[in-house]
Design a protein around this ligand. Sequence first.
Ligand code: GRF
Length: 217
Amino acid sequence: MIRLAVMASGRGSNLAAILQAAAAGRLAARPVLVLSDNPQAPALEVARAYGVPAVGVALRDAGGREAFFRLVEAKLLEARVDVIALAGFMRVLPPWLVQRFRWRILNVHPSLLPAFPGLDAVGQALAYGVRITGCTVHLVDEGVDTGPIVLQAAVPVLPGDTVETLSARIQREEHRLYPEAIQLLAEGRLELDGRRVRIRPNPENGGGDNSFRREDG
Ligand code: GRF
C-alpha cells in the first residue's frame, strides 16, 4: 500500500474527503502525514480527528521559504512518503522538491485548466462570465497549475452565483474527483504521453475502464 502525504493551508475539506475515502477502504493508499504552512489551519484538526500525524510550521518560524521546504522534505522522507496530494496548499513547491517526487505529486484546482490558473480561480471565472467551469486534478510540474491533467469535472455557473455559491458547487465535485485521481495514481494506472495522461484500464473489471463513471448519478 503506498504511503500518502497531504499538504494543506486552509479548511481541509478535500483532505477530509481523502481521509474519508481511505477510512472507507476506497483508497489503495495509507495517509501517513499531513503538512501545513499554517499552524492554525483547520486542516490539521481534520487530520488529527482521523488519527493522522499532522505538522504545521509557519514559514517565518522555519527560518524562511527554503528552510521550510527542507523541513518538509525531511518530514516526507522520515514518513517514507510515496505520493503527495496538495489540497489547498497555498505555496508553490520549489523545483528541487518537485523533481525529487517527479510525477508523484497531485494538485486540485477549482477551474477547468488551462483556464483560470493561479489565485482566485472561481472569482476569475465569474468575472470572465463563463457559463461552465469546474475543477481539475493534475500532476504537479515546476509551473503554477500547469502540470499534466488527470481528471476534470464540469460545473455550471448559475445566474446569481457568488464566489461562495459557485465554490461550494465546485468543491462537491473536487471531493468526488480527488480521491478517484489518487486511487488511479496509487494503482499505477497513470501513464504519461508527453503532457497527456493515459489511464490504464482497471484489470479488476475485465479490462474495461470505468474510472470516469459517476457514482452520484
Ligand atoms: C480547493 O477549492 C482547491 O481547489 C484549491 O483550494 C481549495 C482548498 O479547499 N486548491 P479545502 O481546504 O480543501 O476546503
